[in-house]
Design a protein around this ligand. Structure first.
Ligand code: ATP
Ligand code: MG
Length: 250
């Protein structure tokens, strides 16, 4: 499906704490956008507003489906089919790894047949090196294992938009690249768009089409990773390239 999500002037405050102050961002079909920025700048809040978990104070989030004729018709974000990988995983402690990943396939009005569920879930668990942990509970597994379970759960429904909130934080380098490779592979396979919050700079740039830098409530830079080189302010350029703050002015 060809679609566009247009975010304009999105603002969110909690009491006097102004977190987002006019975010403009466009998400198009089959593109991966890294959302980067310092801790506490509102990256998770941005994802929650898009997912409808939090209510915005002002601004618009408009979704349109683009027909073959080029005509754009409004649709709801839910109609596109999205999934959300929470920063804290949000797994169910009373469910095994298998059951957590299977959940989106069996809840709702059109549950998949059991055999199909098994096939899909086991395939993902195998790819993520989790096959032997299938019957274990989140409390019995490591942080990195739970991260990968949450990642599998986000992909299992073959969504059109995935909101990944730090999918690689706390993973060892090998598994981190497995997750990045899978995001890239699955994008090609079933063509989703992703907003990918990450502190893994510059590694995350290898799989993204665009980088959106959130700071002081706004998207301060949006462009291809290679265009970071064109930024004239050296501290900002170095920060976006390396993820490290090298100047007190930033
Ligand atoms: N439900 C809430 N109620 C009140 N304040 C909130 C709530 N959620 C987030 N905030 C505030 O919004 C700001 C941005 O938080 P957010 O979690 O989006 O940061 P972040 O950019 O995702 O940081 P990190 O990189 O550490 O995950 C913080 O000041 C936080 O305290
Ligand atoms: Mg966050």
């Amino acid at each position: 499906m060809n679609f566009q999500i247009n975010i304009k002037g999105l603002s969110k405050h909690f009491g006097t704490n102004v977190v987002l102050d006019g975010v403009d961002l466009q998400i198009t079909a089959e593109t991966i956008t890294a959302v980067i920025g310092k801790s506490g700048t509102g990256k998770s809040v941005l994802l929650k507003l898009i997912a409808g978990i939090l209510e915005k104070n002002s601004g618009t989030i408009e979704c349109t489906k683009i027909l073959e004729s080029g005509e754009a018709i409004p649709i709801s974000f839910n109609d596109i089919g999205f999934s959300y990988m929470f920063q804290n995983n949000a797994l169910f402690d009373s469910m095994t790894a298998f059951e957590n990943v299977a959940l989106p396939l069996i809840e709702g009005n059109n549950p998949l047949p059991k055999e199909k569920v098994k096939e899909k879930v086991n395939h993902l668990l195998e790819q993520l090196d989790l096959a032997s942990s299938s019957n274990r509970y989140p409390g019995e597994l490591s942080g990195g294992m739970n991260k990968r379970i949450a990642f599998a759960r986000a992909l299992v429904t073959e969504p059109k938009v995935v909101l990944f909130d730090e999918p690689t934080t706390g993973l060892d380098p090998e598994r981190k690249f497995t997750v990045f490779d899978m995001i890239e592979k699955y994008r090609n396979l079933f063509g989703f768009s992703a907003l990918l919050v990450s502190h893994d700079i510059p590694d995350v740039y290898k799989i993204v089409d665009s980088v959106a830098w959130l700071d002081e409530g706004k998207i301060q830079f949006f462009g291809k990773p290679e265009n970071i080189d064109l930024i004239s302010e050296i501290p900002i350029r170095e920060y976006l390239k390396t993820g490290r703050i090298s100047s007190r002015n930033l």
